[in-house]
Design a protein around this ligand. Structure first.
Ligand code: NAD
Length: 534
């Protein structure tokens, strides 16, 4: 009886187990097939998906497992760029004459499509650049937020009126589109950053050519595909994938692109700024960072540790706003360093697609070399103390990707290279300090000026630090990372060239002011001379 009762149960279990095995086998076969038959992508020009004139492709691989080929992406030429710019020129008049609220309706539809596909885009992003799923989801969400926020501007795009100097005269200012815009983006926020540029550019009535980083074309492809599905007219958005040295260089030197908006390294920004200066093009740059958290002796240390760990190792430290310097008051220094090293050691490094992972891989082999060089410099050239980490992980599953241990240097002095240069990896430097004013001086003592933070319970100290740090972003009792799309984003010194993305301030990049004087006196009234008639 017992046996006969058990038999059906056993067979159910067997069937389930077989099904699970079959599913696993299918999945693994799928992965293998994916490796051998990866999808081939195309540029988007004038509303059509087209092959590059070069007929050449770059193969992109998952940085957590390089056996996984994410896709083959066009290695575009100057001719492709020229074609895309011609398409943008062709579409410009119609788009700028489309009323802004109508342009915005299309952007709202883009937002809906991004929401619908959020999970798929998130997985794609983790696969193409490695950040953990929650962060990739945050990146896509930021693109959604930015799209809705920009679309809302379609019914604002406020100008202003102001009194005129003379009677019977009316003065006002209106925003007009800039024209054809070239957008060049980095790989670390592969959907958020393209959206920060693309959506405000579109709502202002510009047409664009966008070039994503070589490492992350898929997320921009997804964004552009959403634009196509939402009904953005042909030629308004054009996507050209490929190298900075070919596609980017052609864009920055092309006489028809009135504006170049680039986010990337300070070195690339300088090259782009020079090219734009040659032809008087508008140039908006968001560049590198070396951001500091000041931790005062009255800080909530546990909270500060959480902020430091999140700021230093989120996105494997590959954020322009990463907390790569921790300036800690000497009274709490030892306690802080001990707790920080314990927390950093406990972080789980692995494939970002695994929900248990805290720190994913770095983006590629070049990044491994650069970061490991800096770890070597920190130990052997600078003479800092390696408190934890410092290894390139190469055993077991790590062997298939680009993994580096979360690394903390202590006893760092402000002049050391690890405290001055942007490492862009999971490495942070702890610098002891005697006072708030010294800490502020250290925080300001780098060439960058993106983000800074302070942990303190003293409101006077907090506001003093806010006022004295020369950065574009400042946090109190929070890490140096975590921007919101309705506040302006950008930095000072070598981080930026005076513009701000996000917020309504981004509209000043993608529109130009036109001042309008309307004289209804019926006679000549002269301005800019001394004998004004009243
Ligand atoms: P990168 O400078 O190597 O590349 C950025 C983009 O510029 C890419 O699309 C690249 O192909 C293109 N490019 C390269 N050379 C070019 C040239 N000569 N002409 C035209 N285009 C060219 O930067 P990256 O490695 O992709 O990104 C990391 C850097 O970006 C870090 O320095 C980081 O701090 C910075 N970043 C800044 C912000 C910010 O808002 N301040 C945000 C994210 C990243």
């Amino acid at each position: 009886m017992l046996t006969s009762d058990l038999r059906p149960l056993t067979s159910v279990v067997m069937v389930q187990a077989k099904k699970a095995l079959a599913k696993k086998a299918r999945k693994s076969a799928g992965r293998a097939a994916n490796r051998s038959r990866s999808k081939t992508y195309q540029n988007y020009i004038g509303g059509r998906w087209v092959q590059s004139a070069s007929g050449e492709w770059s193969e992109n691989r998952n940085p957590a497992d390089t056996r996984d080929v994410v896709g083959r992406f066009p290695r575009s030429t100057e001719a492709d760029v020229d074609q895309a710019i011609a398409a943008a020129a062709e579409a410009f008049d119609r788009w700028r004459h489309t009323p802004a609220p109508r342009r915005a309706e299309i952007l709202f539809r883009v937002g809906e499509i991004l929401i619908r596909n959020k999970q798929e885009y998130t997985a794609d992003m983790t696969r193409e650049m490695g950040k953990v799923l929650k962060e990739a989801g945050g990146d896509v969400q930021e693109a959604i937020d930015c799209t809705y926020y920009a679309a809302g501007e379609g019914r604002r795009l406020h100008g202003f009126t102001t009194p005129a100097e003379m009677p019977n005269k009316f003065a006002m200012c209106v925003r007009q589109p800039v024209g054809l815009c070239g957008l060049i983006t980095p790989w670390n926020f592969p959907m958020a950053i393209p959206s920060w540029k693309l959506m405000p550019a579109l709502v202002c009535g510009n047409t664009v050519v966008i070039k994503p980083a070589e490492e992350t074309p898929l997320s921009t492809y997804n964004l552009v595909k959403a634009c196509e599905e939402a009904g953005v007219p042909p030629g308004v958005v054009n996507l050209v994938m490929g190298r900075g040295s070919v596609v980017g260089t052609r864009m920055t030197s092309h006489p028809s692109l009135r504006l170049i908006s680039m986010t990337g390294s300070t070195e690339t920004g300088r090259v782009i700024a020079s090219a734009c200066a040659e032809r008087n093009a508008i140039c908006s740059l968001e560049m590198g960072g070396k951001n500091a958290i000041i931790i005062m002796d009255d800080a909530d240390i546990d909270n500060a540790i959480e902020g430091a760990v999140w700021g230093a190792f989120g996105t494997s430290g590959q954020r322009c706003t990463a907390s790569s310097r921790l300036i800690v008051h000497k009274r709490v220094y030892l306690q802080f360093v001990k707790k920080l090293a314990e927390r950093a050691k406990a972080l789980r490094v692995g494939n970002g697609a695994d929900p248990q992972t805290d720190v994913g891989p770095v983006v590629n082999e070049d990044a491994v070399h650069k970061i490991m060089d800096y770890i070597d410099i920190g130990q052997n050239e600078d003479g800092a103390t390696l408190a934890c980490g410092g290894h390139h992980l190469t055993k077991g599953d790590y062997a298939r990707g680009y993994f580096i241990e979360p690394t903390v240097f202590t006893d760092v002095t402000p002049d050391m290279r690890v405290a001055q240069e942007e490492i862009f990896g999971p490495v942070t430097s702890v610098i002891p300090t005697n006072s708030l004013d010294e800490a502020i001086e250290i925080a300001n003592g780098v060439r960058y000026g993106l983000s800074a933070a302070i942990y303190t319970q003293d409101v006077n100290r907090a506001f003093h630090a806010m006022n004295e740090t020369y950065t574009g972003i400042f946090y109190i009792n929070a890490s140096t990372i975590g921007a919101e799309v309705h506040l302006p984003f950008g930095g000072t010194k070598a981080t930026g060239n005076g513009h701000r993305e996000a917020g309504t301030q981004v509209l000043d990049i993608f529109s130009e002011w036109k001042s309008v004087y309307f004289d209804y006196s019926g006679k000549l009234q002269r301005a800019q001379i001394d004998d004004v008639e009243v």
